[in-house]
Design a protein around this ligand. Structure first.
Ligand code: DGT
Ligand code: CA
Ligand code: CA
Ligand code: ZN
Length: 587
């Protein structure tokens, strides 16, 4: 930012405070005018100041010139700072959004306690996604839509909404639905129930013996912005955050068929229909018609049983061979959240010159969550120390100091707990560099229990180069785990190109572990690659990559992802006992 833009921005903020706190439109306009004049100045204002020419700038009067003098000589203006204290700081970044003026920004920041400049915009996005901006009574729907558009909440409309954003919206609606005495059960169906990484719309199944009353109740949900079509059994609505939803009601006797029919996927259903048609059966959301008789199903298990199949978990209903496996009773026993015994990718709050972001939670905080989850082990893997600018000795000292820091807290925990102690592993997440070398020496690696090697830069290399650098990185003895393998982030970064078959073969042969990163914007590996790797006998670890304790809750996303890739408990090393894990990590 140039000094002129910076000063212009400062005055704009001052103007905003005059506007919202003092109702002083005169000074508001004066400061805005000065701000615009400074922004348009061709010479750096500080130069003008140095030669004593501030009062020659149009819009800068005597008072302001004095404040600017203070600003350029001391770096701050006491009076401005006292003005800023009157408003929540989060309002300022909001003012940079098209369509948001000082008053709107102030109302939002005040209502939602946005006191941090840094997080205000992302907080606002979250508020919009949750559809909560209309909590501000004076906001019209148009205002909300305008802000949404300016912020490009693309999740709605063109791009598909990530699962982690859709899930809370759906749960809130479900909570509302099941409160009604007319509704016996309610479930999100479609892609959300299949735990796809992103969803197009949300489909809700509602079980009721009084459909009209249930539908009337559902349609009075406060977060519906419009009812697009209303029918007795099916309605199509738009929620206030712009997301669309289908509501489908079923009578209790066909609830199983309804769940099955609207869970999809389309391809799964089409394949089912094709093979059952040959047997003279016809499928619908009401049941299965055989010899002109409609058979009802209260549960999906009964539905699939009727067709001679085992129950197929929603996560694999993608027409990827699951129907044949269900017919021959050979479906995998998919991994479950309760199988997880630990988390091996957690960033601690140890403060050092790190190559990437530090975590914010202490070992004690992480262990408190691990205790609740009945974990048996936790592995800390902070990013490696900065590659450049530190000597080998400095890096090793960091690694040893960090170890001491973590162990001290661990011993305090051990003392407190005494029995059923969660085991501590101290590893590190190490950059895979462009040339395939990794960002730690063999000596540094030897100070660790294990290393996760990950790509954090040069995502655009060729397939050959990426394959080579990954295999080379995994060739170090301590490099046991390949972190977030493809580097993709949902709706924002494409996966790297690599020869995954070759990498999986290497991993299977050399007992290297592939991470399924549960961080909800990553979900990396993608499920089709998990499926390929499972077939090659590769082992995985499901890690949350938590940078704070609350993110340890994301484990479920990783488990769903693993399930979508047909992974079983035996394929996932963090379902193993600590003893078995130790032998896998060669500790
Ligand atoms: P999405 O919304 O694009 O993420 O994907 P889905 O799988 O949720 O698809 P959606 O919302 O179009 O439909 C939900 C499920 O309903 C779908 O997976 C298959 C099932 N289905 C069965 N019959 C039909 C039909 O006639 N039309 C539609 N749209 N879906 C049907
Ligand atoms: Ca859907
Ligand atoms: Ca739908
Ligand atoms: Zn990473």
């Amino acid at each position: 930012m140039t000094i002129n833009t910076e000063t212009a921005q400062l005055l704009k903020r001052v103007a905003a405070v005059f506007r919202v706190k003092e109702g002083d439109t005169f000074r508001y306009k004066a400061y805005i005018n000065a701000s615009v004049a400074i922004d348009n100045l061709s010479e750096p204002l500080v130069e003008v100041w140095k030669r004593g020419g501030l009062d020659s700038v149009p819009g800068i009067g005597e008072n302001l010139a004095a404040y600017l003098n203070e600003y350029f000589s001391t770096g701050k203006v006491k009076h401005f700072n006292s003005l800023f204290k009157k408003v929540p700081s989060g309002m300022f970044p909001l003012m940079t959004i098209r369509g948001i003026g000082p008053i709107t920004a102030y109302k939002i920041a005040k209502k939602f306690h946005l006191n941090e400049e840094k997080t205000a915009i992302s907080d606002l996005k979250e508020i919009l996604i949750k559809g909560e901006l209309n909590k501000i009574k004076s906001f019209k729907e148009k205002t909300v839509q305008k802000i949404q558009k300016a912020l490009n909440i693309q999740s709605f409309g063109k791009t598909r909404l990530p699962l982690y954003e859709a899930l809370p919206i759906a749960s809130e609606f479900i909570d509302y639905l099941i409160k009604s005495k007319y509704i016996l059960a309610a479930e999100p169906l479609g892609s959300l129930r299949r735990k796809l990484e992103t969803v197009g719309d949300i489909d809700f199944g509602i079980c009721s013996s009084t459909p009209k009353k249930a539908m009337d109740y559902a349609l009075t949900y406060s977060k519906i912005s419009s009812v697009i079509t209303k029918g007795g059994m099916v309605s199509h609505i738009k929620l206030i955050n712009g997301l669309e939803a289908d509501l489908k009601i079923s009578l209790p006797n066909s609830w199983g068929s309804m769940l099955q029919h609207y869970t999809g996927s389309k391809l799964h259903n089409i394949h089912l229909r094709t093979i059952t048609k040959e047997k003279g059966l016809s499928l619908s959301e009401y049941g299965i018609t055989k010899k002109e008789k409609l058979n009802h199903f209260t549960s999906e298990t009964k539905f699939y049983q009727f067709l001679g199949m085992d129950y197929i978990p929603p996560e694999i209903r993608e027409n990827g061979g699951e129907i044949e496996l269900a017919q021959s009773h050979k479906l995998p026993r998919l991994i479950e959240l309760t199988d997880i015994k630990g988390d091996l990718h957690i960033h601690s709050d140890y403060d050092f010159e790190s190559s990437h972001d530090l975590g914010v939670s202490s070992l004690s905080e992480i262990f408190a969550v691990a205790e609740q989850k009945k974990y048996q082990y936790v592995g800390f893997t902070d990013h490696n120390p900065k590659f450049l600018g530190l000597t080998e000795n400095q890096k090793n000292k960091i690694i040893l100091d960090r170890k001491k820091y973590l162990e001290a807290q661990f011993h305090a925990y051990e003392k407190r707990v005494k029995h059923r102690v969660i085991k501590l592993l101290i590893g590190m997440e190490v950059d895979i560099r462009t040339d395939g070398t990794i960002a730690l020496s063999e000596k540094s690696l030897s100070l660790l229990d294990y290393a996760i090697v990950s790509i954090h830069s040069s995502f655009g290399l060729t397939q050959e180069e990426n394959t080579k650098r990954i295999i080379q990185a995994l060739s170090h003895k301590k490099a046991k785990i390949l972190g977030h393998p493809t580097g993709r982030t949902i709706n924002s970064r494409e996966p790297i190109s690599a020869n995954w078959a070759e990498i999986f073969d290497f991993c299977a042969k050399n007992k290297k572990i592939i991470e399924i990163n549960a961080y909800p914007t990553r979900l990396d590996l993608p499920s089709d690659l998990i499926k390929q790797a499972v077939q090659k006998g590769v082992r995985f670890v499901i890690n949350t990559d938590s940078h704070e304790d609350s993110q340890m809750e994301n484990m479920k996303y990783g488990v769903w992802q693993a399930r979508r890739g047909y992974a079983e408990k035996k394929d996932i090393v963090n379902t193993f006992s600590f003893e078995n894990l130790r032998s896998v990590l060669e500790l």
